[in-house]
Unconditional design. Structure first.
Length: 485
């Protein structure tokens, strides 16, 4: 095989150092779990006397001197058995936390059942406190470990070298996702395709043909091989590749042609030796149910009360600036394409609408999701309001009226909706939101296509947990004022 690009053999083996460091993660997790479980047992021993309703405080019973170490050992073994220390689960996804909870549940069941059958007099206060305190502590510990890992990766450390294999289009799709989700720690070093070009359309260097996997992995010191599901031709060829790489410390990942679908909707169900991927229906209906509406009403009411002083101060600043109207109502397209008056604090000059078309033409930009930095129509108090998104607080009234939701796609004007093509119309299946995925993922710094993709992902993969996560991330995005103008 002849590589189209010279392999970076002269470069330091970053991949080897990264793999070695990442290989120590399971040991770090075991040590962290051990420390937290021991601390939990000590807390449970010292605090059990406070649960007098269950048992009187009478010092530390002799049984705990035996039960404590056994509980620590059993807990660690259970966590290991459910795979909570496997290297692959660190850094992303919820599987790590699920396994911690599962292992803790197994430990509680095993200890409880064993003590009952053996008629062992275990302190009930100790038992309850151990798991009531221990499970949250273990989860917090894993969160801290994940934050440290992502922080290291954001600085360029612990990055694994990735070789992509597949068609140029699919390679670019995977490379885009890996670049966007930098916290995963994957650094693309090359690609294998079958078209003979030196670069993919997205700029990924092509280092060889898809049939030269084994040689390319060794030449590039790759830690991970990402294979598109159409790159290996047959299942027999995939098995051959796995066999060829058996002696190399390389993770082989197959990326199916499924994107922008929540993991909750994707189920892997082997059938007859075939790993079939089942994709459940979109969750759009859930975003219109009474539970979400009740949450919106209660949440909007509480936020209006909490922000009342800020609302009053903002209204006074706007009025005192040019004695114009405080609020601005603009017709936006809501659920099912029905228009409504979207309320905002006025942040522009009073003839801003008349200057809109002129500004779009001068900027030479797309009408869809139009927004521009340093808009000359924005007033001095308007810049302050926009920077922290305070101009959108009156939309809490829209939420109470049922025009909007606290979380949802960005409300757009009729002219923007008229430019929708294909599945873009799905944004209109739910109420628009005061905040959404696009706001917490870059806001106006995102391209129109990326903002649309995020909105469609939200519509198709709605969940109440996701709404809560977006609301929490909104606070960080607003305070940091990233992409706001």
């Amino acid at each position: 095989m002849t590589l189209l690009l010279d392999p970076p053999a002269a470069q330091p083996r970053v991949a080897t150092r990264a793999s070695r460091a990442l290989g120590s993660l399971p040991a770090c997790a075991v040590l962290l779990d051990l420390v937290l479980i021991v601390a939990t047992c000590l807390v449970a021993v010292l605090a059990r006397g406070g649960l007098e309703v269950l048992e009187p405080a009478s010092g530390v019973p002799h049984s705990l001197a035996v039960t404590g170490p056994l509980l620590v050992a059993t807990w660690l073994i259970a966590l290991a058995l459910v795979g909570s220390h496997q290297r692959e689960i660190f850094g992303a996804g919820s599987d790590e936390f699920k396994r911690v909870v599962r292992g803790s549940t197994i430990t509680a069941a095993a200890v409880g059942i064993t003590c009952y059958l053996a008629k062992y007099d275990l302190s009930r206060g100790f038992f309850i406190l151990a798991f009531a305190v221990g499970v949250p502590m273990l989860l917090v510990g894993r969160v801290a470990l994940r934050v440290a890992l992502r922080s290291a990766r954001s600085r360029g450390a612990l990055a694994e070298r990735v070789l992509l294999s597949g068609t140029a289009v699919h390679v670019d799709e995977i490379a885009t996702v890996l670049a966007r989700e930098a916290y995963l720690g994957y650094r693309v070093v090359g690609a294998l395709t079958d078209d003979g070009h030196q670069f993919t359309p997205g700029g990924v260097p092509v280092v060889g043909h898809v049939d030269d996997v084994h040689h390319a992995v060794r030449e590039l010191d790759a830690d991970v091989l990402f294979m598109a599901d159409n790159s290996f031709g047959s299942s027999a060829r995939l098995r051959e590749i796995v066999y060829d790489l058996e002696s190399d410390d390389v993770a082989v990942l197959v990326a199916p042609g499924v994107a922008d679908i929540s993991g909750r909707r994707v189920k892997m169900r082997p059938t007859g030796g075939l790993p079939l991927i089942h994709i459940e229906k979109p969750q759009t209906a859930g975003a219109t149910r009474w539970a979400k509406r009740s949450f919106d009403v209660v949440g909007a009411s509480m936020l209006l009360l909490a922000f009342a002083p800020i609302l009053a101060m903002a209204a006074f600043r706007i009025w005192s600036h040019d004695r114009g109207p405080v609020f601005y109502s603009h017709t936006r397209v809501g659920k099912d394409g029905v228009g409504f008056g979207c309320l905002k604090f006025r942040t522009m000059v009073q003839n801003a609408d008349a200057l809109h078309a002129e500004l779009v033409a001068a900027q030479g930009c797309d009408e869809l999701l139009f927004k521009v930095k340093d808009d000359p129509r924005v007033t001095r108090p308007g810049r302050w309001l926009r920077k922290y998104s305070l101009d959108e607080l009156p939309q809490l009234l829209n939420v109470l009226r049922g025009d909007m939701s606290l979380v949802g796609p960005r409300p757009q004007v009729a002219g923007e909706v008229a430019l929708y093509r294909g599945h873009m119309q799905r944004r209109l299946l739910v109420r628009p939101g005061m905040t959404g995925l696009w706001q917490v993922s870059g806001r106006s710094d995102l391209s129109p296509e990326e903002a649309m993709r995020l909105d469609l992902f939200y519509v198709d993969n709605w969940s109440m947990v996701q709404d809560l996560a977006i609301l929490m991330r909104t606070w960080k995005a607003v305070v940091g004022s990233h992409g706001a103008y």
